[in-house]
Design a protein around this ligand. Sequence first.
Ligand code: CU
Length: 158
Amino acid sequence: MAIRMDRIVFLIIAVALLEGATSETKLFKVGDDYGWRVPDNKSYYESWVRDKKFEVGDSLEFNWTGTHDVLEVTTKTDYDACVKTNGTPNNTSPVTINLTKNGTFYYICTIGQHCESGQKVNIVVENGSSSSPPISAVLSTITIVAASLVHLCSFLLY
Ligand SMILES: [Cu+2]
């Protein structure tokens, strides 16, 4: 029985942590410690984005040394083609961008051929409170499992 009680305590802590995590806003350092630069691997930023979940209220921070900038482009066409002439790039590191609404957002570096070499990132922002069924689903599953274990324990105890 001791083992089962341990598991229940663990699950309750897990639920509490998950609930805490979902309500916090996050600051994403683009590229993490790698920063914002011409990547050795052209798909570096694509891979960086893959395991991230961006929500309204979060922010992005672009950090670099040397000569780079950040330009938000508004269409996938401009992003794919590295069109650098629509808008004014921000060239003072760090650049912090607050994610204030849902949608897909595109950022490129306009220096030289940096964008063509993979210094570009596109992120999808989803509203955490209304449109995140995966996390809610995980939470309710864990809650159900915890409740079942409590029920099972009391059944076995008496
Ligand atoms: Cu650059």
